[in-house]
Design a binder for this molecule. Structure first.
Ligand SMILES: [Zn+2]
Ligand SMILES: [Zn+2]
Length: 471
C-alpha cells in the first residue's frame, strides 16, 4: 500500500497498518487478503467491530477517516474502483469518489477502449440504460449489433442489456417504436446462438447458478433476478424504503423499476436479508391518514359486494324480503371484504354504506333476517350487543328449537358470547333463573351435544321443552 502522509492522524495510521497486514500487491493492484463477500466480491474488513467494505476502509485511511457524502450539487458520492475493476483492490490511487452518474460515464468511456472486459458489478445509470436502448436497432438495419456487442461496449453483461431491451428493467424509459415483444423474441434467439460461449461471471455467486442456463429458455426474466448492484445502489434502495403512510411511499415494484432491478432484488434488501451490513435507518412512521368519506369510492365498493352476493328467496322467515347472500369464501362463517385497505365483514361495510357512516364504536351490526351472510341493506342496522343478543333470542324462539339440546347450547352461547346476565337470559328464554344457572354451570346437561343426561336432570330439562312449546 502507498504510505500515508506524515501528518496523517493516529487513527488513520492504525487503520493503514491494519489494512497493510491484510493485503498483498498483485500485479498493479493491492488486493485484500481477508474475508471476501460472496455476493458482490468486495473485501470485508472490520472497524470498531463493524464490518465494512475493505476498499472503503482504505479510502478512509487516506481521507482522515471520512467517507465521501455529497458533492457540491448535493448528489450522493460513493467510492469506486476507477483504475481497475477489481473489487478486492484497496490501492489508494485505484479508488476515487464520484457520483453514480460520473462513474457510469467513466465506465462507458473505459468500456469503449477496453472491449471485451466485462464488469459484472456494472453500474447502470438511467443515461446508460437509455443509450443501450438507442444502441439496439432492428436486425434489418445496417447498424444492428448483437446484445453481446452492446454489452461489451457498455462494459456490462448481456443479461443486463437484454433486460433493458426487453423492458424487464428500467421499464419507465421510452423504447422507440420497437415492439418489445419482437425484441424479446430477437433476444431469445440470440441467447440460443450465444449460450454456448456465454460464460457469465454472474454464475459463480448466484445461488441458482446451476439452473440459470436451463431457466433461461423457459423462464427468461426470472433467470436474471440476481443482477448485481453496487453498494451505493443498495444504499439508495435502502434509503428509498418509506413507511406505508409516508407521502413519499412507493411500492416495491415502482422502486424496482426506478432502480432498474427486479422486485427480487429489492425485497431481500428491505427485509435485511441481503446487504445486511449496511445501516438501515429507522423508518419514520407516519400516522394513518384520516378516513375520508368518499361517496364514489363507497359506491364502487358496494358494487363489489353486490357482485359477490346473490339474492336468496328462501331465507325470509323473519323478513318479507329476500336476503342478499354472500356466495364467496367465508372465514369463520363470515364474509369478509377489503375496503379502503381495511378488511372487514362485508355486512358491516354494507351497513356503513347504508347508514352513510362508519360503524359507531361499541355497536354491532344487526341482521333482522338472522342470516349472518346476508348483505341486504334493508336487513341491516347498527345496535348494541344486547339488542343483537335479543335478536338472536327472538330468532331462535320464533324458529323453534328442534331439540332441547339446541336450546341448552344457545343458553350457554348467550352466556359466554354476550354480556347478557343469567337473569336476562332467563327472561328472554322464558325459563327459571335456576335452570339457566345450572345449564351455564354445567350442572345439568353436562354433555349436551350428545344429550346424555342422567334421569334426574332429564326430567328438569324436559320441562324446558314443555315451557318452550307453551310459548
Ligand atoms: Zn486496483
Ligand atoms: Zn337478510
Amino acid at each position: 500500500m502507498e504510505d500515508l502522509p506524515d501528518e496523517a492522524s493516529s487513527k488513520c495510521k492504525d487503520l493503514h497498518a491494519y489494512l497493510k497486514q491484510r493485503s498483498a500487491e498483485v500485479g498493479d493492484c493491492v488486493v485484500w487478503t481477508g474475508t471476501v463477500r460472496k455476493d458482490n466480491g468486495y473485501g470485508q474488513g472490520q472497524i470498531k467491530g463493524v464490518t465494512i467494505n475493505a476498499h472503503l476502509l482504505a479510502y478512509m485511511a487516506y481521507h482522515n477517516m471520512q467517507l465521501p457524502r455529497l458533492n457540491s450539487n448535493g448528489k450522493r458520492l460513493n467510492v469506486f474502483h476507477v483504475k481497475c475493476t477489481n473489487p478486492i483492490c484497496i490501492k489508494n490511487d485505484h479508488l476515487a469518489s464520484m457520483t453514480d452518474k460520473e462513474y457510469g460515464e467513466l465506465k462507458k468511456k473505459q468500456g469503449l477502449t477496453n472491449k471485451g472486459e466485462k464488469n459484472s458489478s456494472c453500474i447502470i445509470t438511467e443515461e446508460i440504460a437509455n443509450q443501450i436502448i438507442l444502441a439496439k436497432v432492428p436486425k434489418s438495419h445496417p447498424m444492428h449489433k448483437k446484445s453481446q456487442v452492446i454489452a461489451d461496449e457498455f462494459n456490462t453483461t448481456i443479461h443486463v442489456v437484454n433486460n433493458i431491451l426487453a423492458g424487464k428493467s428500467w421499464k419507465h424509459l421510452k423504447r422507440s417504436e420497437m415492439d418489445v415483444e419482437n425484441q424479446t423474441q430477437t433476444i431469445e434467439n440470440e441467447e440460443k446462438e450465444e449460450s454456448s460461449n456465454d460464460e457469465e461471471d454472474e454464475d459463480g455467486d448466484n445461488d441458482n447458478s446451476n439452473n440459470t442456463i436451463k431457466k433461461r429458455k423457459t423462464c427468461y426474466p426470472k433467470a436474471h433476478n440476481n443482477r448485481k448492484i453496487t453498494e451505493q445502489q443498495a444504499k439508495d434502495i435502502i434509503a428509498s424504503k418509506k413507511h406505508k403512510h409516508d407521502p413519499e411511499y412507493k411500492s416495491q415494484q415502482r422502486r424496482a423499476d426506478e432502480f432498474g432491478v427486479t422486485i427480487d432484488t429489492i425485497g431481500p434488501i428491505d427485509q435485511n436479508l441481503s446487504w445486511k451490513y449496511l445501516d438501515r435507518p429507522t423508518l419514520i412512521v407516519f400516522p394513518k391518514p384520516a378516513f375520508v368519506w368518499d361517496e364514489e369510492k363507497l359506491a364502487i365498493a358496494w358494487e363489489r359486494v353486490q357482485k359477490q352476493c346473490v339474492y336468496n328467496k328462501t331465507n325470509n322467515i323473519h323478513t318479507n324480503s329476500p336476503c342478499l347472500e354472500w356466495k364467496g369464501k367465508l372465514q369463520k362463517g363470515r364474509p369478509y371484504i377489503k375496503v379502503f385497505e381495511k378488511k372487514q365483514a362485508a355486512y358491516i361495510f354494507a351497513c356503513e354504506y347504508k347508514m352513510k357512516s362508519l360503524k359507531p364504536e361499541g355497536l354491532e351490526t344487526r341482521h333482522s333476517c338472522d342470516n349472518r351472510i346476508c348483505c341486504e341493506l334493508g336487513h341491516l342496522s347498527f345496535g348494541t350487543s344486547l339488542e343483537n343478543a335479543q335478536d338472536s333470542i327472538k330468532h331462535r324462539s320464533s324458529k323453534g328449537f328442534k331439540t332441547t339440546d339446541e336450546q341448552v347450547q344457545e343458553i350457554r352461547r348467550l352466556y359466554t358470547e354476550t354480556k347478557l346476565t343469567q337473569k336476562e337470559i332467563a327472561e328472554e328464554m322464558g325459563i327459571g333463573r335456576g335452570r339457566v344457572h345450572s345449564i351455564v354451570n354445567y350442572k345439568s346437561w353436562k354433555n349436551s351435544s350428545h344429550s346424555n343426561v342422567d334421569e334426574n336432570e332429564a326430567h328438569e330439562d324436559n320441562s324446558i321443552i314443555v315451557e318452550e312449546e307453551e310459548l
